[in-house]
Design a protein around this ligand. Sequence first.
Ligand code: ADP
Ligand code: MG
Length: 583
Amino acid sequence: MTEATVSWLSGPVLRAHTTGRFHVSDAILVGDNRLLGEVIRVETGGIVAQVYEDTTGLRPGDHVTSSSEPLSIRLRPGLLGNIFDGLLRPLAAMPGDTVQPGMRETVPVSLRYRPVAKQGDHMHPGQLIGEFGSGVVAGKHLVPPGVGGEIVSIAGEGDYEDDQVLCVLRADNGIETQLDGGHDWPIRRPRPVARRMRPREPLVTGQRIMDTLFPVARGGRAALPGGFGTGKTILQESLAKWCDADVIVYVGCGERGNEMAEVLNEFPTLEDPRSGKPLLDRTVIIANTSNMPVAAREASIYTGITVAEYFRDQGLHVALMADSTTRWAEALREISGRLGELPGEQGFPAYLSSRLAEFYERAAHVETLQGDEGSVTIIGAVSPPAGDFSEPVTSQTKRYVRCFWALDRDRAQARFFPAIHPLNSYSEDVAALARWWQARGNPDWMDHRRQILTLLEQRARLERMARIVGKDALPPRQQLTLLSADLVNEALLRQSAFSSVDRYCSPERQTALMQVILRFVDRAAQALEHDVDLERIAAMPVLRRLQRASEEVPEEKVAQFRLLMARLDEEFDQLERRESHAR
Ligand SMILES: Nc1ncnc2c1ncn2[C@@H]1O[C@H](COP(=O)(O)OP(=O)(O)O)[C@@H](O)[C@H]1O
Ligand SMILES: [Mg+2]
């Protein structure tokens, strides 16, 4: 056993003397309560470590023992439906609860097991050994990465606790490995895959401004930056409820306890729109609120992504939400400050950038070791102070994400939600996803979204002009552009998370809505060319109908959009007929 003696303490950080062999990233236990920590630096004659629990009461002279293993979590089928702290220790459902100091073990879960492989089979990493039954989404028992060999024995069908030995493998060198339902994995090490795949299908979020304008691919990475009150948490929750992932990993990272409490109280009551069962059944929540130890917050992001990769490796599509990565970066800053490291921009350590890169890099659409397809999509909220996107966490994050959903204070203040600004946001996955939309009945998706963005860009320019010369001084064509852009904003981009009809919008309904809006834009431009007055166009009854369409046409009545389209054409035909009679 490798030991050290605490010589200096500062909050979650300590130094200890030792002559033993410690390695960076080794998990350690500190003091009489055996508080969990991790070596972050090895020096001559000593180590520097961070402790994941409240260090009040620790003193110089206390013992440090190394586990000689990197800081790991236990991945197992019973994770779904539960709430954990930043190191995957179970939290009681009540917010504000913390785990007992030094506590490590999780409560075993009893599961139905059915072997698939048999004695004598030669198993390689990632191969299927058996299945856990009865309503478990992620029920595959796979050979963990780095392990393999011939099956010496395997459990028969029956009920087992997930920490009971289910299978024994013997490697070529004769060494035997006992496998239970779970296995340990170091949180800072990405889990291996057969290969990474290119993005080719979206993570459908059900939020129009995301799917239609700035889609994120399955296995993609997106940032959701915005100042206080711009709607980060509500959007992350909407995504968790409605996106078409098999499993949701929700990392509540460093936000205040009462905000997290809303998530913790609400989630267990939510119904999964896909199955009618509790949404929590396919969710893992990792909660590390601002009152919990800061070092565990630093770890919670890695714990979250490791859990996500574990489910991905079972051939599932996983969405990971982190709210907020800024609080995580602040934990890095605090620890770095206590270590006396040279501060970079705004006090953040110079390695902030590489840490962000490592995190987002773990998002991927992959072929698993078993040959299945799975993905992890990362959606990280960023909370820049005063909503200033030039600050280090936002600007560094921007380098590593492919999708940037910029929340806008003015939109939020006008209660225009989601407050994603269409001109400050982008997605680099658009071209890769056009084919998917084509297959879903919208061959013109690329073209349509381009038209919509152009309208919105023109609107911004004209608004500036209108502020100087007055709106009425603009020629009718430009006034029509403003009218059309307003329609796009109101009817397409606005979407309330609290509307039972509109909180989710399927790709089919998005397409139908976009088509009818663009038809209006086209026909209105034509009508204007045929000398129809702008006032007449602005007064068309169908325009009112369009503005409310997303609220009035529910999912199960998407066909009604065809009627709306016919009505629109009819009204325009009438207008133009009347105009030509008048002449
Ligand atoms: N998509 C939305 N639909 C309707 N209201 C929203 C939406 N997003 C935000 N809001 C409103 O804005 C408030 C603040 O949102 P919240 O997500 O808590 O902000 P943040 O996490 O960025 O501080 C919410 O309480 C809600 O009233
Ligand atoms: Mg929030």
